[in-house]
Design a protein around this ligand. Structure first.
Ligand code: F6P
Length: 357
């Protein structure tokens, strides 16, 4: 008989509730364990009493198709340098460890991206906590797993956005620029770009020139194609290698950055009318795709089995059609950007998509 905790940490994404549901079903029905849902990531363990409540299959079932996380989350406040109201930073890690003990947990399942997993691992080491990690991030940049929760849904949404932009672009003879998320990586951009029939895909892993982009647009115009679809990852820099960030987070979310820069550059050099769409957090919300639910369920069940085997300090991953566990240390070390020589880049080039010179 065990009592396990589960929390979601870092930015939300679609599919988190499928993981939570699978953990609760398997732990409760197969092993007869109690599962405590911890609210607001590790911050829920800092509060007294800790923000946790018992989860049962009946409670989690309605959330399978819901986006976000039924437990709430935050990506603010590293517990080792936690911001206080006066602006100073304090190490509050011991409070989290104490929260784990107060709840009487035998193990903790932490669902997070590389940043959250690194923090959880440090906490587990410091407090001797029994931790199993589950990778989630729409950015798909956790290198030990081919898929992380949320990526497939984000790609579906970005692809749908291109599908929609296609027709309005054609109707108005415009160059449509879609700016997508991905943090430092271009996985969403290249995947959705290929799936959604983009003509130009810009990712941070491959340099481009404005001249190359303009040539690609002109070639299409000369071939009688009156419109052009461009997808650009948020981390793409200017031609000179500078990052395009606006003064406030709010403006950055609404206006994007690199999309606006490209729009101005294109219009100043060729006869083209451009419009920019910044997809933003739409990519993280909404109904999770079947694949995200499937991977979520698989990861959830596997994480519970690892706890049953008392195998801790590891992360579940998806590799070659199988779920496998690797050490958290290995998971944190292996960051995955888009491989400029990889299959997707070759595929895009094979489709005559402009990716860079
Ligand atoms: O890491 C996930 C992600 O959605 C990135 O793609 C994006 O850059 C960032 O988080 C946005 O973070 P926030 O929710 O803090 O705006």
């Amino acid at each position: 008989q065990k009592r396990i905790g589960i929390l979601t940490s870092g930015g939300d994404c679609a599919g988190l509730n499928a993981v939570i549901r699978a953990v609760v079903h398997h732990a409760f029905n197969t092993y007869g364990w109690e599962v405590l849902g911890i609210r607001q990531a590790t911050q829920g363990l800092m509060v007294r009493p800790p923000l946790a409540s018992s989860l049962t299959p009946d409670k989690v079932d309605p959330f399978l198709t819901a986006g976000g996380t039924m437990l709430g989350t935050t990506n603010k406040g590293n517990p080792f340098a936690f911001p206080l109201p006066d602006g100073s930073l304090r190490d509050r890690s011991h409070e989290i460890i104490e929260g784990y003990r107060l709840l009487g947990l035998d193990a903790l399942i932490g669902i997070g991206g590389d940043g959250s997993l690194a923090i959880l691992q440090r906490l587990a080491q410091q407090g001797n906590l029994n931790l199993v990690g589950i990778p989630k991030t729409i950015d798909n940049d956790v290198g030990v797993t081919e898929l992380s929760i949320g990526f497939d849904t984000a790609v579906s949404i970005a692809t749908e956005a291109l599908d929609r932009l296609h027709f309005t672009a054609a109707s108005h003879s415009r160059v449509m620029i879609l700016e997508v998320m991905g943090r430092d990586a271009g996985h969403i951009a290249i995947s959705a770009g290929i799936a959604g029939g983009a003509d130009i895909i810009l990712i941070p892993e491959i340099p481009y020139t404005i001249n190359g982009i303009c040539q690609a647009i002109k070639q299409r115009q000369e071939a009688g194609k009156n419109y052009c679809l461009v997808i650009v990852a948020e981390a793409v820099r200017t031609e000179a290698g500078e990052s395009v960030t606006l003064d406030s987070d709010v403006e950055q979310c609404r206006l994007g950055g690199i999309g606006q820069y490209l729009s101005k550059q294109i219009c100043s050099r060729i006869d083209a009318e451009t419009r920019v769409t910044v997809l933003g957090h739409i990519q993280r919300g909404g109904t999770p795709s079947p694949l995200d639910r499937l991977i979520g369920a698989t990861f959830g069940v596997a994480a519970v089995d690892l706890i049953a085997e008392e195998k801790y300090d590891c992360v579940v991953t998806w590799q070659n059609r199988h779920v496998r566990s690797v050490s958290i240390r290995e998971a944190i070390l292996h960051y995955a950007a888009v491989n400029p020589e990889g299959t997707l880049v070759k595929t895009a080039r094979g489709l005559n998509i402009y990716l860079g010179d």
